[in-house]
Design a protein around this ligand. Structure first.
Ligand code: ZN
Length: 244
């Protein structure tokens, strides 16, 4: 008689268990791996074995793979065809290659934005410009600056462009670069003014002007970092963040 009752109790108890999503485990693995890569403890080029990582983290390989894919999307990890994953190179020369992609991509984004931006998009861009103007430290200025570029990309209504740009602009790398650049007293003011001019061109629907302003804007950044990249050689990210 008591047997079925006990089973029923156990059933009720089990019903109270909430499933642990593999996504949660993957997110925890992602956070740990990301921290090690960004701190430089996992060196550029180091192989990331799914088996070793799964063993070390004491989780199955599925969430490990998910974490690695997410890091690949962010550009922190390279996926090697048929050969697994390795830590991506985040040195200044790698940053220059990303900047080159932005130089080709963003003028086109600005032109499309001028054709497609909605009132909501324009408001998001203005808010980012306002936040950058109000920023009191390099980190806040960088994040607002990035928010502006992403808002512009979103206003093309093309998520592929947003994803591509996002993967070329890793927040932590940008912050470190800017901490080095923020020693230029008028950098922030100039950046805010250039962003503001792009918003005006987009709002006016002037694609040609928006494109030209963005080209000048990214060229300026390339012109700034190019000689430094040459001077540093294949400088590691740690060296990039060092202030002279
Ligand atoms: Zn900018």
């Amino acid at each position: 008689m008591s047997q079925p009752a006990a089973r029923a109790d156990q059933h009720d108890t089990l019903a109270r268990l909430t499933p642990i999503a593999t996504g949660t485990v993957a997110a925890l693995a992602y956070e740990q791996l990301r921290a090690l890569i960004l701190s430089g403890e996992m060196a550029a080029g180091a192989r990331l074995s799914q088996l070793d990582l799964a063993e070390r983290l004491q989780i199955s390989r599925t969430p490990v793979r998910e974490a690695l894919r997410r890091l690949t999307g962010e550009g922190l990890v390279d996926a090697l065809p048929q050969r697994g994953f390795r830590v991506a190179d985040l040195g200044l020369d790698a940053v220059m290659r990303r900047l080159e992609v932005r130089r080709l991509l963003e003028p086109g984004i600005a032109r499309l934005a001028a054709e497609r931006a909605s009132a909501t998009d324009l408001a998001a861009m203005r808010e980012a410009v306002r936040a950058e103007r109000a920023a009191r430290d390099g980190e806040a200025a960088h994040d607002a600056s990035r928010a502006f570029h992403m808002a512009l990309a979103r206003s093309t209504q093309n998520t592929e462009l947003v994803i591509t740009l996002e993967s070329k602009w890793i927040i932590e790398v940008g912050r470190r670069l800017l901490s080095r650049r923020a020693v230029e007293p008028d950098w922030q003011e100039r950046d805010v003014a250039e962003h503001g001019a792009i918003v005006e061109a987009v709002q006016a629907g002037d694609g040609e002007l928006a494109e030209r302003l963005m080209r000048d804007h990214v060229n300026e950044a390339v012109g700034h970092w190019n000689p430094i990249a040459r001077h540093d050689g294949a400088g590691a990210l740690v060296q990039v963040s060092r202030r002279e």
